[in-house]
Write a protein that binds this ligand. Structure first.
Ligand code: SF4
Ligand code: MG
Length: 314
C-alpha cells in the first residue's frame, strides 16, 4: 500500500467550502505472503476504511494498492471480479452478513454460484460441507438456518464461506470483537490453523490489542488516519516507540508487570474532520514539543522492520 488516501465528504454541501474527512491519510505499509498483519487503533481511526479500500469495496482518492504486481487502484471494474475471488472479508457481526432465510449450506456455497455457474450442485455442496466441517460445523447441521447457531458458530460459518473461492488474502475486520473472550480464542485458533492449511495471508483489523497480539506477526498502529508505528509483534510489545502505542499498551494489563507505569492520555480523540496540525497526536501526547504543533513527523526506520512517525526519534 503506497500513499493511500481516502477522503469522505462531510455532511450537507451547502457551503462554498467543501468539508472532507481524511479517513485514511497517506498510508504506507506492506503485507508479506503468508503473514498476519494486524491493524490496531481506536474506533474511527481509519482501520476499516483501509480494509475496504484494499478489498475494492470503496475507491481511493490517491495512492496505490499493489496486489501480486498489479495496482488495484487503477484497474477497471470488470477486472475486479478476479481479485474479489482472491481476497475475501470477514466482518464483526456474522448475523448481519448471513442471510436469515438461507440454509447454511446455501450461504457457504453461494459465492460459487456467482463465480462458477457451471459447477454441478453436488460438487458445490460437497465443497461447502467439507469447509464447514473444517471450520467445526458438523454436516448434520447443513440444512439449518443461521439463527439456530451461537455467535461463535455463526462466525465459523462466515469463515467457511470466505474460504470457498480459495482466496489468498483474508481481511478480517473486528472478526472476533462481538464474541465472548473464551470463544474469541477458539475462533482465533481456527484462523491460525486455516492459515497453515490454506496458505492464507491475513490483514487482521481490531481495536483490541490483546486480540491482535494473539494472531499477528507484524502490527501497524493507526491514529486519525495515519500509521504511526509499524513493527514486528515482539518489537512492538517489548519496546513500543510511539507515545500513542505506549499509551495503548500501558492500558492493557499484563501478567507480572503490575508496576509498569500507566500513560493516560489527555482529552478525547479529536474529530477526524478537523484534525490537529503537525503531529495529529500532539493534543493528547504527554511528550509534545513545539515542533509537534507545526510539522508532520515523517516515518523513520529506527531498526530493521520497525518504523515510527514521531519527532522524538529525529
Ligand atoms: Fe508526541 Fe510530538 Fe511524537 Fe507527536 S511527534 S507523538 S506530539 S512527541
Ligand atoms: Mg471499524
Amino acid at each position: 500500500v503506497k500513499s493511500l488516501t481516502k477522503q469522505f465528504p462531510l455532511g450537507k454541501q451547502w457551503f462554498k467550502e467543501k468539508k472532507v474527512v481524511r479517513a485514511v491519510d497517506d498510508l504506507n505499509f506492506s503485507i508479506q505472503k503468508g503473514e498476519t498483519f494486524g491493524l490496531v487503533g481506536e474506533s474511527g481511526c481509519g482501520k476499516s476504511t483501509t480494509g475496504r479500500l484494499i478489498n475494492g469495496l470503496i475507491k481511493a482518492n490517491e495512492g496505490e494498492i499493489i496486489f501480486d504486481g498489479e495496482n488495484l487502484a487503477d484497474i477497471p471494474d470488470r477486472k475486479w471480479k478476479d481479485y474479489r475471488k482472491r481476497m475475501q472479508m470477514i466482518f464483526q457481526d456474522p448475523f448481519a452478513s448471513l442471510s436469515p432465510r438461507m440454509k447454511i449450506k446455501d450461504i457457504v456455497m453461494e459465492p460459487l454460484e456467482v463465480h462458477y455457474p457451471n459447477m454441478s450442485k453436488l460438487e458445490k455442496q460437497e465443497k461447502a460441507k467439507k469447509l464447514l466441517e473444517i471450520c467445526g460445523i458438523s454436516h448434520y447441521h447443513l440444512n439449518k438456518y443461521p439463527h439456530e447457531f451461537s455467535g461463535g458458530q455463526r462466525q465459523r460459518i462466515s469463515i467457511a464461506r470466505s474460504l470457498i473461492l480459495n482466496p489468498e488474502l483474508i481481511i478480517a475486520d473486528e472478526a472476533v470483537s462481538a464474541l465472548d473472550v473464551s470463544i474469541q480464542s477458539q475462533v482465533l485458533n481456527l484462523l491460525v490453523d486455516l492459515q497453515e492449511e490454506f496458505n492464507l495471508t491475513y490483514l487482521f483489523i481490531s481495536h483490541d490489542l490483546s486480540v491482535v497480539e494473539h494472531i499477528s506477526d507484524r502490527i501497524g498502529v493507526m491514529y486519525l488516519g495515519n500509521l504511526v508505528e509499524i513493527a514486528t509483534k515482539e518489537q512492538l510489545f517489548k519496546d513500543p516507540k510511539h507515545p500513542y502505542t505506549q499509551s495503548l499498551l500501558s492500558a492493557v494489563p499484563q501478567l507480572g508487570e503490575s508496576k509498569k507505569e500507566r500513560i493516560t492520555l489527555k482529552g478525547e480523540i479529536p474529530s477526524a474532520s478537523n484534525p490537529p496540525k503537525g503531529c495529529k497526536f500532539h493534543t493528547r501526547c504527554p511528550f509534545a514539543m513545539d515542533i509537534c504543533k507545526q510539522k508532520v513527523p515523517e516515518n523513520r526506520n529506527i531498526e530493521e522492520g520497525h518504523t515510527v512517525a514521531c519527532h522524538l526519534y529525529e
